[in-house]
Design a protein around this ligand. Structure first.
Ligand SMILES: [Fe+2]
Length: 507
């Protein structure tokens, strides 16, 4: 028997021993990183070595720069292009109708090999950036309209992820697309935000129009690497519709040697302009891409045919050098060659999307010959011309009177939606704020009424909505009302003339 006091002493000793044991145990069990964490050395002050572009953008055996484009009818075909190093053998693409689960890949739930078709790629070699690369392309054909597909590209051993896209419907149906002016500079650091912001605002966009100068140095593989990386997997899901700018004209033969290997586009343009002058019909909208760098007369003739034989309700043109410049950088060759063709289009041209001037300018409904002739006002039609910029190189534009909306100092993207008889246009800043908006309402006679949206003045732009000088010169805008007011003016003038004549006679 022990006394209560010795009990307390024993308990205290046991507690102390236990505490020591626990501390020792913890110290032994602690991972080596515990004490090491406190002794990690910070990198010394000084300059880091610079990343080597030749290493950063060098191709590997794994597909990269995966990009969808249209090479034919978007209701039944879809082209894809990708890049690898030169060690790959047997490049292929696999395609399946999209399922809700992974039934298109071997080893996964519900797999059925009959779902998947495999197509051999066409391959072109490109030497740039100090290395050789292979560009592979497949044009998936025989597809069903308005159907979701999955695809991957690779060589049987190395594969991309599965991407998903949807073919166009055969009939006109509402859809939207994204339009970018020049990206060109700071592509990785500063354009990526705009590219991703546009996709965030319109993730179901059916394609992306690039109005030229995608990069600054057309033959710089590093810059193309930045361009492909900035939009990344978006390019594998949303087809690109690119136009060539002057900065893509840096190759010894004109168009950069990157263009045709990396974009698989229609080859139905005038001779010498395959894959840079083409037309795509998408759910009631004809999109015509022109190459404003060369062969303007040949393209005018080709465009005339494309616009004459046009069953689509809406028509959009995209090219680089603007017909009307917002920055006093005139392109008379382009304007003289193409404006008349645009004005004379039997079904009209609704929208012309351009770049080159690194500022923003947007017209009302314009046509050059929309002048008063006797009591006749020319056809109540016209085209909306837009110049925009998505990259960080920003000029200060002028105040040419053709612009209804103009602004400087902002990176922008545009969302264009077609909803039956309406074309709904929005320009947004890199922050996602609305910068310009209008709606075109198709009239039964084929012409449009233009309804201005709320156009907040830009942070740097001198004009808010409706520059005062515009109404006097832009006679095509809001045509029905302008037509009537012009006719009324003529009647009033005639009455005044009669009154003066009568007064003189009375004397
Ligand atoms: Fe340009």
């Amino acid at each position: 028997m022990t006394s209560p006091r010795s009990h307390a002493v024993l308990l205290a000793v046991a507690s102390l021993v236990g505490l020591v044991a626990v501390v020792v145990a913890f110290r032994q069990a602690a991972p080596a990183s515990f004490p090491a964490a406190a002794s990690i050395d910070s990198p010394p002050a000084g300059e880091s070595p610079r990343a080597n572009p030749a290493a950063t953008y060098r191709p590997t055996v794994l597909p990269d720069r995966v990009i969808l484009t249209f090479a034919g009818d978007p209701t039944n075909s879809q082209a894809v292009t990708w890049r690898t190093d030169t060690t790959v053998r047997g490049p292929v693409a696999e395609l399946a109708v999209a399922t809700d689960g992974p039934a298109f890949e071997k080893g996964w739930h519900g797999y059925d090999e009959k779902r998947v078709t495999r197509a051999a790629a066409r391959t072109e070699k490109l030497t740039a950036g100090g290395y050789d690369a292979l560009y592979h392309s497949v044009n998936f054909t025989g597809l069903a309209a308005k159907t979701k597909y999955v695809y991957r590209v690779g060589d049987g051993s190395n594969w991309s992820e599965w991407f998903q896209f949807e073919t166009a419907a055969k009939e006109p149906e509402p859809f939207g697309f994204i339009y970018f002016g020049d990206a060109q500079n700071g592509i990785r650091s500063l354009w990526s935000r705009v590219a991703r912001g546009a996709y965030s605002d319109m993730p179901k966009a059916r394609f992306i129009v690039h109005a030229g100068d995608l990069v600054d140095g057309g033959n710089s593989d590093q810059q193309w690497g930045e361009w492909h990386a900035a939009a990344g997997w978006i390019n594998g899901m949303v087809p690109s519709v690119p136009a060539a700018g002057n900065h893509e004209y840096t190759g010894p033969k004109g168009l950069t040697n990157h263009w045709r290997p990396q974009f698989t586009l229609p080859e139905h343009g005038p001779p010498g302009l395959q894959e840079s002058c083409y037309v795509i019909d998408y759910q009631g909208v004809r999109v015509v891409v022109l190459n404003s760098n060369e062969k303007h007369a040949e393209q005018a003739e080709w465009l005339e045919g494309v616009l004459a034989d046009n069953p689509n309700r809406w028509t959009v043109l995209a090219f680089h050098h603007p017909v009307y410049s917002p920055a006093n950088r005139d392109n008379p060759t382009v304007r003289e060659a193409w404006r008349k063709v645009i004005d004379a289009a039997p079904r009209g041209v609704d929208l012309v999307l351009q770049g080159h001037d690194h500022t923003y300018g947007r017209s009302g409904l314009m046509r050059e010959d929309n002048t008063l002739t006797g009591f006749q006002v020319q056809a109540l039609r016209g085209t909306v011309y837009v110049v925009s910029v998505s990259g960080p190189k920003l000029y200060t534009g002028g105040d040419a009177p053709w612009m209804v909306r103009r602004g400087n100092g902002v990176q922008l993207y545009q969302l264009v939606r077609f909803e039956g008889d309406e074309l709904v246009y929005e320009s947004r800043t890199a922050r996602g704020d609305l910068y310009d908006a209008f709606t075109l309402q198709k009239r039964p006679d084929g012409g449009n009424d233009l309804v201005e949206g709320e156009n907040p003045p830009g942070p740097d732009g001198p004009s808010g909505p409706y520059g005062a000088a515009v109404a006097a010169t832009d006679v095509g805008r809001a045509a029905p009302r302008d037509g009537w007011s012009a006719a009324a003016a003529v009647v009033i003038l005639a009455l005044v003339g009669l009154a003066i004549g009568w007064a003189l006679r009375a004397r």
